[in-house]
Design a protein around this ligand. Structure first.
Ligand code: SF4
Ligand code: SF4
Length: 368
């Protein structure tokens, strides 16, 4: 525990030192929102570092432009140092910070074990309800595999807990920024818009991330959009499914051209493309820009999203095959539930912290 605290202090001190050097240099001031926000400060408290780190998209442009980047003794490496700080903020402000620490340390392993445990539990519930498999024909009905009450009960409870945890994490982080000005609705919308459009991922000339000194590309931005809007479409498809079932009394499976199916299909395809692309880009990323502290959780989150989207698509294609459907329903639901449970403690939360940081940035910009 002591070593860990010391380690976090060292990370903060290193980031503070880099910010102080950047404030004297100011070469990168047009690159993104980080540098103007940095320049409006004389010194840096830990909450300033948290704020600046969550403005950074880790695009790498400032690293390749920097004359003080490693191997220079000043060791200015904003993308990597801020990546470490972001990982600390995900732990520090999370509801149940101990879970945050645990997931961040064991990201990939923890989420895989969690998914496997849930799968085994669902499998037990399934066998409890189906002693004689050969007599049953499921006709593509998920509720024949896992009872409606179990599905709705488990996902409602977990959904409420996860939403509550995310809201608490967001409020903890936002209030730590200690914004003195009154909240201004225009700035709130500006922050949300800038986060959703990934405004600052484009770099100085909106040419995207820097993959090496001479190569710039917006690919990461496109894959990120695919992943985000794919996730949103899947969420809308689930809500529409619930609406059709409860209010229109129409049960799944739905026709291909129905709204839940269209949102689900396109959402799943977008999510697969986005997560696969982001995974490959992360593997190809310059090692010097990587944050070792957040790497496990980043891979775990991208991989979980990919598994959820792929198993969802397979389920849609194979739901008429009873054997495949049983396995895929249980596997897909386990993957979704495991993903939900890690959401408040890992990479998923970065979207909310980014929004909080960009709202603060919009408020500061308006003030100045
Ligand atoms: S990252 Fe390097 S080049 Fe850019 S402002 Fe900081 S010290 Fe200057
Ligand atoms: S967004 Fe890019 S240019 Fe801005 S601080 Fe982060 S890595 Fe540097």
């Amino acid at each position: 525990m002591e070593a860990n605290i010391q380690n976090e202090q060292e990370i903060y001190e290193l980031a503070k030192q880099s910010c102080t050097i950047c404030n004297s240099c100011r070469y990168c001031e047009g690159f993104c929102a980080v540098f103007p926000a940095m320049e409006s400060r004389r010194d840096f408290k830990y909450q300033d570092i948290d704020y600046l780190a969550n403005l950074c998209h880790q695009c790498g442009e400032c690293f390749y432009a920097c004359q003080y980047a490693p191997p220079h003794e000043f060791n200015v490496n904003i993308p990597s140092q801020f990546g470490d700080i972001r990982a600390i903020t995900y732990e520090k402000f999370a509801f149940g910070a101990k879970f945050g620490k645990f997931f961040n340390k064991n990201g990939f392993f923890a989420s895989s074990v969690l998914m496997l445990c849930i799968f085994v539990l669902f499998l037990l519930v399934f066998y409890w309800n189906h002693w004689n498999l050969s007599r049953i024909s499921y006709k593509g009905n998920f509720y024949e595999v896992l009872p409606y009450e179990v599905m709705v009960g488990v996902f409602s409870v977990v959904g409420i807990l996860v939403l509550g945890s995310i809201a608490i994490g967001f409020m903890n982080f936002f209030s730590s920024l200690k914004e003195k000005e009154k909240i201004n609705l225009i700035c709130v919308f500006q922050g949300i818009f800038d986060a959703l459009s990934l405004k600052y991922l484009g770099g100085y000339h909106h040419e995207g991330c820097t993959y090496s000194q001479n190569s710039r590309s917006n690919t990461r931005k496109y894959f990120h959009h695919f992943a985000f809007y794919g996730f949103l479409f899947c969420f809308v498809a689930t809500c529409l499914g619930g609406f059709y079932d409860h209010f229109l009394h129409q049960s799944a499976p739905y026709a291909f051209l129905s709204a839940p199916k269209l949102f689900g299909t396109f959402g799943g395809i977008f999510l697969c493309i986005g997560t696969l692309g982001l995974f490959v880009l992360k593997l190809k990323m310059d090692k010097r820009l990587k944050s070792l502290k957040s790497m496990g959780m980043d891979y775990a989150f991208i991989f979980s999203l990919f598994i959820v989207s792929l198993s969802g698509l397979c389920l849609m294609l194979l739901r008429k095959n009873d054997g495949a459907m049983v396995f895929l329903v249980l596997f897909h639901l386990s993957a979704v539930l495991a993903l939900f449970l890690i959401m408040p403690y890992g990479k998923f939360i970065h979207g909310f912290y980014r929004i909080a940081a960009l709202i603060k940035y919009a408020l500061e910009t308006k003030k100045s």
